[in-house]
Design a protein around this ligand. Structure first.
Ligand code: C5J
Length: 223
């Protein structure tokens, strides 16, 4: 692929073409970012994730203005939970389990209010929305075929949480041959140390998983 843009990144520049790159927004759904959802049932302070929203909005607006492909994912299970392994549902001691009824409807179930993308990042009708039963965006989804069909080779990641669904998706993408970059101020964790460790391990060893960069670098390159 002949790249026509080059993003200053760590550990080295990330060359890409908008037409062969998708902006992937991982799980910016109410379940993780608003009180009463899955994140809070696990004992987390969901307020920690909200500060990235303005940076995510800026990138999304710029990417849309350039006509780039946008993929939104949601961690979501079918209403009958047939795609939720018992090990996932029964693990730990959350205040509500996947499928239980909470203040935003059934926890982590497709179509429920809590499962919707937050209003600040509402997908356009033309954008791809992937419901995924796992942490990674390729497991149990048709996303690889969709991206190949659109000649996408590069992925720019935002979303939550950094060390769980974002990192799992980046690793899955890496193994499928995509070049992936994580926007460091557009991703967040309930555990700041885990975010920092994930960023370090993504770009270590010559981008063994992928690249990292601040969103202002991408905005500058997009102009
Ligand atoms: C989690 C996610 N943390 N989207 N999901 O369970 O990272």
């Amino acid at each position: 692929m002949a790249a026509n843009l080059s993003l200053p990144a760590t550990p080295f520049a990330f060359p890409f073409e908008v037409k062969h790159t998708a902006l992937v927004i991982i799980d910016m759904q109410r379940d993780f970012v608003e009180p009463g959802g899955f994140g809070e049932t696990l004992g987390n302070d969901v307020g920690l994730l909200r500060p990235i929203i303005p940076a995510c909005q800026r990138v999304l607006a710029a990417w849309r203005a350039h006509g780039g492909l946008v993929v939104h994912t949601r961690e979501a299970h079918k209403a009958d939970l047939s795609d939720c392994p018992p090990a996932k549902r029964t693990r730990g001691n959350p205040s509500l389990r996947i499928g239980d009824v909470g203040p935003m409807g059934r926890i982590l179930v497709s179509g429920e209010p809590g499962n919707q993308i937050i209003p600040e990042l509402t997908p356009l009708a033309s954008e791809i929305v992937i419901d995924k039963p796992g942490k990674g965006m390729f497991y149990g989804t048709a996303l690889h075929e969709i991206l190949k069909g659109r000649a996408i080779s590069h992925l720019i990641f935002m979303g939550v949480t950094t060390e769980v669904c974002v990192q799992t998706s980046m690793r899955e993408a890496n193994d499928r041959g995509y070049d992936g970059l994580l926007l460091t101020d557009c991703t967040e964790s309930y555990f700041p140390a885990f975010k920092a460790a994930t960023i370090a391990m993504v770009h270590a060893q010559g981008a063994i998983v992928g690249w990292t960069a601040a969103s202002e670098e991408l905005l500058a390159v997009l102009g």
